[in-house]
Design a protein around this ligand. Structure first.
Ligand code: TA6
Length: 298
């Protein structure tokens, strides 16, 4: 049985919980139910928290795992069925929930795992411009691995279509030295070249700005990091698309919450439902998007 300690902390304007166990340290913000950092004791962090992160109400932190919902990325790039759900004027990137305070429902120990459950009550009809009744929950399970489950349950009497992502920022020794395995042979959308569809040859390495949507992604992807002698494994559930992003030099310079060289130490692989992989929820239907993060020594 592992020992857990839960402490409250204030980071800038944000209420957070720090959870420490015999094996790991986890920091979660109430805003966005956003996991901000995750590190196993004695190892480099698994999730990346920007050195220049801004902890301000209403602004998603450049760190960990922001939740993108009920649409992903640039609203205009979403399928019509997703766009039709929104009646508001300005549609912020990555949806409506990452800058809002979620409610902590419970913290419970189940065998050797700590289970932390959040909900966003406003998703039940009170999100501005999004008048649908969905029970939205994020369950964070800290055991040997870290598991996140984002579930959407349509309690209304009309169908709801959404795109979404667990927009995870992974910590790497140097993005130029790592590779992503599991994408070999997949089709992908190259968002940096007119959203053309292309095909991935071999594993993915990094030599410039990258922003791609991988289609028909397998259940498992991994980040092989020879310098830190580890393989981070990402096991996905309820998702067929994975977005891989690194801003590289110029884009990083434009981001106020990332150091100019911050791009070297991070890599986003986002477990997603985007492009033609949107989630359609009939009344009474539910869907879970799952990400389990593990790590192996190589
Ligand atoms: O997931 C990739 C992406 O959509 C990129 O295009 C990039 O803008 C990134 O997310 C970060 O978005 P943000 O709104 O958090 O700055």
């Amino acid at each position: 049985m592992a020992n857990y300690q839960v402490d409250t902390e204030l980071h800038g304007e944000l209420n957070c919980w720090r959870i420490t166990s015999d094996h790991a340290d986890l920091l979660i913000a109430q805003q966005g139910a956003q996991v901000l950092s995750y590190q196993r004791i004695g190892e480099p962090p698994l999730l990346w928290l920007s050195d220049q992160a801004i902890f301000r109400q209403g602004k998603s932190v450049r760190a960990g795992v922001p939740v993108c919902w009920p649409w992903f990325g640039n609203f205009e790039r979403n399928p019509d069925a997703v766009k039709a759900m929104y009646t508001g004027e300005q549609a912020p990137a990555h949806g409506l929930v990452r800058g809002r305070d979620w409610q902590l429902l419970s913290v419970e120990e189940a065998s050797d795992t700590l289970v932390i459950e959040f909900t966003l009550p406003e998703a039940r009809g009170d999100l501005p411009g999004w008048p649908h009744d969905v029970e939205l929950k994020l369950v964070v399970e800290l055991g040997d691995q870290l598991k996140l489950t984002l579930s959407s349950y349509n309690l209304g009497n009309t169908a709801v279509t959404l795109s979404q992502a667990l927009h995870s920022y992974f910590a790497v020794s140097d993005v130029r030295q790592v590779r992503v395995e599991g994408v070999e042979g997949l089709g992908y959308i190259e968002t940096l070249a007119n959203w053309e569809q292309r095909s991935q040859q071999g594993a993915l390495g990094f030599a410039g700005e990258t922003d791609r949507i991988y289609l028909d992604a397998p259940e498992q992807l991994s980040i092989v990091d020879p310098h830190w002698e580890r393989r981070i494994t990402l096991k996905a559930g309820g998702s067929r698309t994975a977005v891989i992003w690194n801003p590289w030099t110029d884009r990083a310079r434009d981001l106020p919450d990332m150091a100019d060289d911050g791009w070297q130490r991070m890599l986003c692989i986002e477990t997603a439902n985007v492009w033609d992989d949107v989630v359609e929820l009939k009344p009474g239907a539910s869907h879970s998007l799952v990400l389990t993060i593990g790590c192996e020594k190589i």
